[in-house]
Design a protein around this ligand. Structure first.
Ligand code: ADP
Ligand code: MG
Length: 503
């Protein structure tokens, strides 16, 4: 036990020593701590000073921050405000857009409706215009038919048989003394003859023969002027009436000049002018639904026999011709060339061919053309299908043989035969026209080839025009008197205006 107590006492001493060193150590640590505390206070002081500034600066920042955040909230408010406005605007825009769309649609609809309306109006207008056109076409047609009727009435009042006198100019111009044409009057011609007195007395030696006709053309009358009068009859031919135009007179009096004329424009005669008028008029009538067909023929009557002037075959094979009359009174010539023509140039070509044919038949001593009749015929057929009307007519233009009389002693053989044939056919022509004018029951058409050929163109509703051509030379006095007497006999029996007075 003692051991143990000594151990224990050792240990207590140990511990007491230890305690003493720990105490000492503690003392030292307390000092260090005090030191450190004061150091800390110092440091705290230092820090306090240092942070005071920073704090102050920080409070500035905070204020700023506060301001910024208040700004931010203001802005946010504003933003949300704007956003609200924007939303309103958007809705507004949307509604306006829809409104615009509806508006557009309605505008389109109204435009469409308006266009449709205009279209309807236009269609209506077109229909009414079409009606007007149809009505005007009817009126035009009625007008055309009325014009035809009136034109014919005028022609009939003027006389279905008319005689014109035409005096050829002297070769060196002027007018011969024995022919007098009063300036005031276009219907009278006076033939004056001063005869050598057999008894020596001068009284009663002056003889005046006064003739009046439907028209007298002096030597200055142009082809155009002459044609103007005939063009009315040419119109009648187109209207469906037969028309016959003759040139009568002694050889050299201007028959061929009147009927055919010369090549150059102003000198063109009745035939080319009539043909031109007909084709032009037909062209115009085509717009009113008329369709025309034209057939031309050209025949020569020499010594009472017929010759085709449009014949183009061999001379040795020339056929014979006969005049045939059909049951409907249409006259045709057998084996004759009937040429369909559709324009002026074709006809002019045929006239040239006829002239060539005629000249080959004559020799220097035998001027056959003056002793034969040449007959140009244009058959006109018009149809207006739409109106169901037709017209058919013939235009005959005849250059007669010279009317001069030959002394019997001078004419023998062939010449005598010719003379008899010419005299026969010309006087028969006078007789036929007189008979027609006097409405006699018997008309001797058959007495000559000329009247037989032309019978359908003479009489009835036909229009006949006789030109009496006069040569102004004083040595033609006798022939001139004969021609005027013949013509006035024809004229006289028609309307009674012609008179052959002998003073
Ligand atoms: P016909 O045929 O009667 O025998 P023509 O027509 O051949 O006569 O005429 C004879 C001549 O007189 C021709 O040279 C013709 O050119 C001319 N002649 C006829 N009439 C006229 C006239 N009105 N103006 C000018 N010359 C004409
Ligand atoms: Mg002639």
């Amino acid at each position: 036990m003692q051991g143990k107590v000594s151990d224990m006492e050792g240990k207590v001493r140990n511990y007491q020593t230890k305690f003493k060193s720990v105490n000492q150590e503690n003392e030292a640590l307390r000092d260090t701590m005090v030191q450190r505390q004061s150091k800390m206070v110092e440091m705290e002081k230092e820090l306090k000073n240092e942070y005071e500034e920073e704090l102050q600066a920080l409070s500035g920042v905070r204020e700023e921050l506060e301001k910024v955040s208040s700004d931010k909230s203001t802005l946010q408010k504003e933003l949300s405000n704007l956003e609200g406005k924007y939303k309103v605007m958007e809705t507004l825009r949307d509604s306006q857009e829809t409104e615009l769309q509806t508006l557009k649609l309605s505008v389109q609809e109204s435009t469409l409706a308006r266009v449709q309306g205009t279209l309807r109006d236009t269609e209506e207008e077109v229909r009414s215009l079409k009606e007007t056109v149809a009505q005007q076409e009817d009126e035009l047609h009625a007008g055309e038919m009325e014009r035809r009727r009136l034109h014919n009435t005028i022609q009939e009042l003027k006389g279905n048989i008319r005689v014109f006198c035409r005096v050829r100019p002297l070769v060196d111009g002027g007018l011969s003394k024995h022919i007098q044409l009063p300036a005031s009057d276009v219907k009278t011609i006076t033939l004056a003859k001063t005869e050598e007195s057999h008894t020596g007395k001068t009284a009663e030696t002056q003889k005046n023969y006064i003739f009046s006709f439907d028209r007298v053309f002096g030597p200055m009358a142009s082809q155009q002027e002459v044609f103007e009068e005939i063009s009315l009859l040419v119109q009648s031919a187109l209207d469906g009436y037969n028309v016959c135009c003759f040139a009568y007179g002694q050889t050299g009096s201007g028959k061929t000049y009147t009927m055919e004329g010369a090549e150059y424009d102003q000198a063109r005669g009745v035939i080319p002018r009539a043909v031109q008028q007909i084709f032009r008029a037909a062209e115009k009538l085509a717009t009113q639904g008329w369709e025309f067909t034209f057939t031309a023929s050209f025949v020569e009557i020499y010594n009472e026999s017929l010759r085709d002037l449009l014949y183009t075959g061999k001379a040795s094979k020339r056929p014979e011709h006969e005049i045939r009359k059909s049951t409907n009174n249409e006259v045709t010539i057998t084996n004759l060339t009937y040429e369909k023509v559709s324009n002026e140039d074709q006809v002019l070509g045929l006239i040239a061919l006829a002239n060539q044919n005629r000249s080959t038949a004559q020799t220097a001593q035998n001027d056959r053309s003056s002793r034969s009749h040449s007959v140009f015929q244009l058959d006109i057929e018009g149809v207006n299908v739409g109106r169901d009307v037709k017209c058919k007519s013939t235009l005959c233009l005849v250059d007669l043989a010279g009317s001069e009389r030959m002394l019997k002693s001078q004419s023998q053989g062939e010449r005598f035969k010719e003379m008899t044939a010419i005299n026969g056919s010309l006087s028969n022509l006078g007789i036929v026209i007189s008979a027609l004018a006097n409405k006699e029951s018997y008309v001797p058409y058959r007495n000559s080839k000329l009247t037989y050929l032309l019978q359908s163109c003479l009489g009835g509703n036909s229009k006949t025009l006789m030109f009496v051509n006069i040569a102004p030379e004083s040595d033609s006095f006798g022939e001139t008197l004969n021609s005027l007497r013949f013509a006035s006999k024809v004229n006289d029996c028609v309307i009674g205006t012609a008179s052959a007075n002998r003073k």
